[in-house]
Every structure is written in structure tokens, then in C-alpha cells.
Design a protein around this ligand. Structure first.
Ligand SMILES: CC(C)(COP(=O)(O)OP(=O)(O)OC[C@H]1O[C@@H](n2cnc3c(N)ncnc32)[C@H](O)[C@@H]1OP(=O)(O)O)[C@@H](O)C(=O)NCCC(=O)NCCS
Length: 166
């Protein structure tokens, strides 16, 4: 059986689910560069207001058979565009992040695109590699989700024939 995975614009109701996803300690540790305090509702709300009102951001809710299972994002960082994603821990290991990111990459046609992940976030690294990203460099930065500096990979999805090079 194939789960019917789709991405669609974020609705206000979805944020309740995203907040619950963020509360998972393992997820928060993996993401590393997320919220300092995942239980802080005000900070979460302010973060999502910025995402949803930032004209250059593309935020999509991931649904499977109509149920919300996570989100994917594309957002500007300086002159570049980066992507990120978060899937409900109850649904990990079913290929949802890979399929959701692939769907986002069909919507966001600009190349190259970039992504960052903690070097020990093996699941995220797998997702990015399966979608065509390659590791370009290793950096070090403060990770609010861990409370200290960690190593991170910067990955690039290079331009390929037929993609928009803007
Ligand atoms: C990273 C994340 C998005 C992966 O979501 P997912 O839907 O489970 O991803 P997929 O099923 O598409 O693929 C993940 C792959 O990595 C593997 N994987 C997951 N965790 C792993 C780990 N700790 N070590 C090794 N492999 C791991 C999975 O088994 C799967 O491979 P498989 O298909 O061969 O079994 C999810 O764990 C998550 O939301 N984490 C918290 C937020 C986060 O880290 N976001 C990324 C920020 S850069």
C-alpha cells in the first residue's frame, strides 16, 4: 500500500501539530539548530509568524492520507535558499521526509539550493543525499537545541540540466 503523501500551504491549525512535533526531545536534539526551549509557546508562535509572513519563505504542511505528519520549508539565508523539514516522530522511518522534500524540490525550482544538518543527524543526511544534495563543507556553530557548539554539514543541491539556474 502506498501512503498518499502531499504537501500543501500551512494552515493555522497545523501549528498545533508542529508544536507537538517540536516537543519531542529526540527530534529537538537531532534538529539541533531549532528552538532553545521547545516548550516555549510564545517563541514558537513568533517563529511561525516570521515564517508565514516572510514573503520569500515557502512553508508546506506534509499530509499523509489527509493527516498532518510534518512540514517542509524553503527560506532565504543571505543570497541563498535553504531547506529544512520536520516529521512527526511517530511516523519516522517510512520515507515521509524524503518524499516531502522531493515534493518541495518540484515546487522550488531554483538551483542551487542548500541545507544544513548536524553532522550526527544521520536520518537527515540520508534524506538530503537521497534527494541529490552533496556535502560541500563542514562548519561549527552554536546549536540552541543542544546548548553548545556542534559540527554541521552544509549541503548543496547543484543545478542540473532543465532546472531554473536563478
Ligand atoms: C530527520 C527526519 C526528518 C527524518 O524523517 P523520516 O521521515 O524518518 O525520514 P525518511 O524515512 O525519509 O528517511 C530517513 C532515513 O534515515 C534513516 N535514519 C533515521 N534515523 C537514523 C539514525 N539515527 N541513524 C541512521 N539512520 C537513520 C531511516 O531509517 C531512513 O532510512 P531507510 O529508508 O533506509 O530506513 C526526522 O527524523 C525528523 O523530523 N527529525 C527531527 C527534525 C530534524 O532533524 N530535521 C532535520 C533538520 S536538518
Amino acid at each position: 500500500m502506498t501512503d498518499d503523501l502531499r504537501i500543501r500551504p500551512v494552515r493555522e491549525d497545523d501549528l498545533v501539530e508542529f508544536f507537538v512535533h517540536q516537543l519531542d526531545p529526540t527530534a529537538s536534539w537531532m534538529a539541533a539548530f531549532g528552538a532553545e526551549d521547545p516548550t516555549d509557546r510564545r517563541a514558537f508562535a513568533a517563529h511561525w509568524v516570521r515564517i508565514l509572513t516572510g514573503g520569500e519563505n515557502l512553508a508546506r504542511t506534509v499530509t499523509v492520507d489527509g493527516a498532518v505528519v510534518g512540514h517542509v520549508l524553503a527560506f532565504p539565508v543571505g543570497e541563498t535558499i535553504e531547506v529544512s523539514y520536520w516529521i512527526d516522530p511517530a511516523c519516522w522511518g517510512r520515507g515521509y521526509a524524503t518524499r516531502a522534500l522531493a515534493a518541495l524540490l518540484r515546487e522550488v525550482t531554483r538551483r542551487p539550493l542548500f541545507a544544513r544538518t548536524a553532522t550526527d543527524n544521520a536520518g537527515s543526511l540520508t534524506v538530503l543525499r537521497r534527494c541529490g544534495f552533496v556535502v560541500r563543507e563542514t562548519g561549527r556553530g552554536y546549536a540552541p537545541g543542544r546548548g553548545h557548539e556542534i559540527d554541521e554539514y552544509v549541503l548543496e543541491l547543484p543545478a542540473s540540466p532543465g532546472t531554473d539556474p536563478r
